[in-house]
Design a protein around this ligand. Structure first.
Ligand SMILES: *Cc1c(COP(=O)(O)O)cnc(C)c1O
Length: 387
């Protein structure tokens, strides 16, 4: 069968679902009522940001939350709130979005890039242990692709060395670990509502935390250094305006009512992908498994590991031509010269290197398709890898 790239007929011609999903009536109503109220900012007495924050805190099993402009700023504010200072080191995984590290730089601290587990690709507890120094102040597990990091092991390392734990939950709204929601497993957790994420308002973020003093410090960092009960022009700390708008919160709040259904839909699709890959004539591709303890994978992405040598740019182009576009995924953070030139320290990270060569992603909007669509992924991979 000739490749679509060479003029053959593509495996799939039907479009995949678009992202974000269509607006629903509850979103339309709430956004319109916020627009008509004129209370578009979160300091004008509206309730959308406050309701969203309370709902996320409750869902995360913690007391407090702060809505922020995006997750990069949320991670920054969480690090400040936990007392991370210039000179401190914060350990981040080598296979993640660059913002996990740049948020550390924003806080004036040094990102230390540690390797991921070679199988599940999440921050590796032994690699964290090996990267510790007397200046390590915090670790930042990332709930990659929607599956929780191995938090029991990572929290144990943190507890042994008195480190703060900031969960980067930018990709994992609704995921659970041993039945407990992510975001509430460390000292602070941060969600993203950027356009590609499982809940989006175009941009946005939210920090959740358990401790009252941490909440006050995070809130203050996001509200120009004010205190919760202080004067409008009282600024006892240094802080910034990092707030989310009411309009954004109004898009997000009704989404919480359908988040679980959407996660179920993506999991059904992911199971179908696993089945179809196992049935390939020469099985050469597997779904990257979750770390131990995962009880709910929110399936932001399905990561595929290709077990035969292949030319990445050719495979990505050929898959796109077949109507099954995949994503090439992250380069290892330690290979980004902008980070190392800014002072980040990279440990030896062979597992992240292998992931960047061998792993391809199926994006969330494709996972929202009818499970029958999973067959197109295996069929196109079979065709392209055989060529
Ligand atoms: C998207 C993302 C971020 C940054 O979120 P923004 O809201 O775009 O700032 C941070 N970490 C990870 C793992 C992400 O996927």
């Amino acid at each position: 069968m000739s490749l679509a790239l060479n003029g053959g007929s593509p495996v799939r011609t039907a479009p995949w679902p678009s992202w974000p999903p269509p607006l629903d009536d509850a979103q339309r109503e709430l956004v319109l009522s916020v627009l008509e109220s004129g209370r578009w900012g979160a300091t004008q007495g509206g309730t959308a940001c406050a309701d969203l924050t309370a709902a996320f805190a409750r869902r995360s099993g913690v007391e407090y939350g702060v809505a922020v402009g995006n997750a990069t700023l949320g991670l920054f504010a969480a690090l400040l709130g936990l007392g991370v200072e210039p000179g401190d080191e914060v350990i981040v995984p080598a296979y993640t979005f660059v913002a996990s590290a740049t948020a550390v730089l924003l806080a004036g601290a040094t990102p230390v890039i540690a390797d991921v587990d070679p199988v599940d690709l999440h921050l590796s507890p032994p690699a964290v242990e090996a990267a510790l120094t007397s200046r390590t102040a915090a670790i930042m597990p990332v709930h990659l692709a929607g599956s929780p990091a191995d938090m029991d092991a990572l929290n144990a390392v943190a507890a042994r060395h008195s480190l703060a734990v900031v969960e980067d939950a930018a990709q994992a709204h609704g995921a659970t670990y041993h039945g407990r929601p992510v975001g509430g497993l460390g000292d602070a957790g941060v969600y993203s509502f950027q356009a590609s994420k499982a809940m989006t308002a175009g941009e946005g973020g939210l920090v959740v935390c358990r401790d009252r003093a941490v909440h006050e410090a995070v809130w203050s960092a996001c509200n120009v250094g004010r205190t919760l009960d202080g004067a409008w022009y009282g600024h006892p700390r240094v802080g910034w305006n990092l707030r989310l708008t009411e309009i954004q919160a109004a898009l997000l709040l009704p989404w919480l009512d359908r988040l679980d259904d959407e996660i179920d839909r993506r999991n059904t699709f992911a199971t179908a992908v696993e089945r179809e890959l196992a049935a390939m004539p020469t099985p050469a591709v597997t779904v990257v498994p979750q770390p131990p303890g995962t009880t709910r994978d929110s399936r932001h992405l399905v990561m595929l590991r290709v077990h035969v040598p292949f030319d990445r740019s050719f495979v990505l182009a050929a898959m796109a031509a077949e109507g099954v576009p995949l994503d090439g995924g992250y380069p290892p953070l330690g290979t980004m010269s902008a980070l190392t030139e800014a002072g980040a320290r990279a440990e030896h990270c062979p597992a992240a290197g292998a992931a960047s060569r061998e792993v391809l992603w199926v994006r969330q909007q494709m996972l929202m398709d009818d499970p029958a669509g999973a067959a197109h992924i295996a069929e196109a991979l079979t065709k392209v890898l055989a060529s």
